[in-house]
Design a protein around this ligand. Structure first.
Ligand code: GAR
Length: 214
């Protein structure tokens, strides 16, 4: 059975969705860069080992990345899952976990990398928004896409209502992506492209607003 490590910085709802999904893998540890991350309590309540590598206690990003990698490697994971981990990781770190480092981002990448994605999607007048699970490469919020979920944007949406609609889909997409990986169906090819055995394609399309019926 494969072994994963989950990195969080806060609430940990994506981590919780993975726990609820009863994935066929061992969760070796949940690691946070913040001691007060709420998700750590959830992990402990599930009997999962937790650790804190506080970025504030390291003089440079390189030292933080090295300490984080040392903690991760104690658990010898097959996959490192970034689940709301809000620190930018350096190039050496990303290369060390090439092909076994996954992230979720709350936008349909390559649109809206970075912060405040829901506000920016509203400001841009998008009628469709969503989330992306991707393998991590050194460029921020970039990398080969594993799965995306699209949701409609409604005229009366606030940042909060839109975020909640996207988050509900994150909780579907991310456990699925990790499940594919730990089942051995998903990998990052040497050509930098995602391989997914037995991939099914989506039927139909999401149009928003809905066209008139004729
Ligand atoms: C999620 O919406 C995730 O997509 C986002 O942070 C939130 C964490 O929520 N990640 C990023 O913005 C990464 N660039 P959670 O702690 O409840 O899973």
């Amino acid at each position: 059975m494969k072994n994963i490590v989950i990195l969080i910085s806060g609430r940990g709802s994506n981590m919780e969705a993975m726990l609820a999904a009863k994935l066929p893998c061992r969760i070796g540890a949940v690691i946070s860069n913040k001691a007060d991350a709420r998700g750590l309590d959830t992990a402990r309540a599930h009997g999962i080992p937790t650790a804190v590598v506080a970025h504030a206690e390291h003089a440079s990003r390189e030292l933080f990345d090295a300490a984080l990698a040392a903690e991760i490697d104690r658990h010898a994971p097959d996959l490192v899952v970034l689940a709301g981990f809000m620190r930018i990781l350096g190039e050496d770190f990303v290369r060390r976990y090439h092909g076994r480092l996954m992230n979720i981002h709350p936008s349909l990448l390559p649109a809206f990398p970075g912060l405040h994605t829901h506000r920016r999607a509203l400001e841009a007048g998008c009628r469709v928004h969503g989330c992306t699970v991707h393998f991590v490469t050194p460029a921020l919020d970039n990398g080969p896409v594993v799965i995306q979920a699209a949701v409609p944007v409604y005229p009366d949406d606030s940042e909060d209502t839109l975020a909640a609609r996207v988050l509900a889909q994150e909780h579907v997409a991310y456990p699925q992506a990790v499940r594919w990986f730990v089942e051995g169906r998903l990998s990052l090819g040497a050509d930098g492209r995602v391989r997914l055995a037995g991939e099914r394609t989506a039927g139909g399309a999401l149009l928003s607003p809905l066209p008139d019926e004729h």
